[in-house]
Design a protein around this ligand. Structure first.
Ligand SMILES: Nc1ncnc2c1ncn2[C@@H]1O[C@H](COP(=O)(O)OP(=O)(O)O)[C@@H](O)[C@H]1O
Ligand SMILES: [Mg+2]
Length: 285
């Protein structure tokens, strides 16, 4: 039997002991990044990801070992330790020569401001879910960032999209998957994206704990986090969430069976609430 698990970008088919991930034609960057990441993990003998079994460039398909198990429901200290070990093993040697850049990587001081500009363009200046004053606040933040030096921490391998939604608990160990955004990136992006990802439910005042834990695992100094940078990441998330509530995005998710036609209002309500949370926090500084 073939089980289908779809997503906005691609399709995963489970066939006995394999998971076959096929990327849409317009997702060739995601395919290349994910394949490069799995090859890297094979070369480094990383135990915390499924084995790469095969791939096809023509079909934009990656075949990995099927991992039975459950999604972990919350981030216990034990799981956080496993995330830290994964990051540590992945970055044990710091040869980044053949590692492609992560999606929306933050590799220089200018990148964060430039991502905000792109997202602003993507969502436009008006829309049903735009909070009042969004464009002005984002522009102000871009201005501040452009005249500021940002602590990036270190440049490293970022698995990206790191969260409970991309982990399987298998025999007491966490196995990580879904690396289509992975690649060379900064510790700053890795840390803040992990802390802000809604699924991880990390409290805003708990970032320092993760900063300490991950920096120790990576053998680097904890980041000096500034309010301006955290505010920028929150605004980035506000814009990502607004984009995900666009009619065309929702329609395409409904067409692929990812959102139930009867569940659209729930989906939107949840995202809108999360957006409000980020918006309020961004303006609390
Ligand atoms: N190796 C695997 N073993 C078991 N399940 C998997 C495996 N790879 C993917 N899946 C299932 O398929 C879903 C989608 O895979 P993922 O790589 O996260 O794709 P997407 O980019 O669509 O989120 C996962 O949430 C998981 O349920
Ligand atoms: Mg996923």
């Amino acid at each position: 039997m073939v089980n289908r698990i779809g997503n906005i970008n691609n399709q995963v088919n489970i066939k006995s002991d394999m998971a076959i991930k096929t990327f849409a034609l317009n997702q060739s960057n995601n395919f290349s990044r994910e394949l490069a990441f799995y090859k890297l993990c094979e070369a480094k003998d990383i135990k915390q990801v499924p084995h790469l079994l095969d791939y096809s460039n023509e079909k934009q398909e990656i075949i990995i070992k099927y991992i039975p198990g459950k999604k972990p429901q919350s981030l216990t200290n034990f799981f956080i330790g496993q995330v830290a070990d994964f990051l540590s093993d992945l970055n044990e040697d710091d040869n980044l020569e053949y590692v492609p850049n992560a999606a929306e990587a933050i590799l220089t001081n200018k990148c964060l401001a430039s991502h905000l500009k792109n997202r602003l363009q993507q969502i436009g200046s008006k829309g049903k879910y735009h909070p009042k004053g969004l464009t002005g606040t984002v522009r102000e933040t871009i201005n501040i960032l452009e005249n500021k030096s940002i602590d990036l921490g270190a440049i490293l391998i970022n698995p990206s999209d790191l969260g409970l939604h991309n982990m399987i608990l298998n025999n007491g160990n966490i196995i990580f998957y879904d690396f289509e955004y992975a690649g060379k990136d900064s510790y700053l992006k890795l840390l803040i994206d992990f802390c802000l990802h809604p699924i991880n439910e990390i409290k805003f005042n708990n970032f320092e704990l993760y900063n300490k834990t991950f920096a120790k695992a990576l053998n680097i100094k904890p980041l000096k986090l500034s309010n301006a940078v955290i505010q920028a990441f929150c605004l980035w998330w506000v814009m990502r969430l607004i984009n995900s509530m666009k009619e065309e995005i929702i329609n395409s998710r409904v067409n692929r069976g990812l959102i139930d036609q009867n569940n659209i209002s729930n989906y939107v309500e949840k995202r809108n609430k999360q957006k409000e949370l980020f918006w309020n926090y961004a303006r609390s500084f």
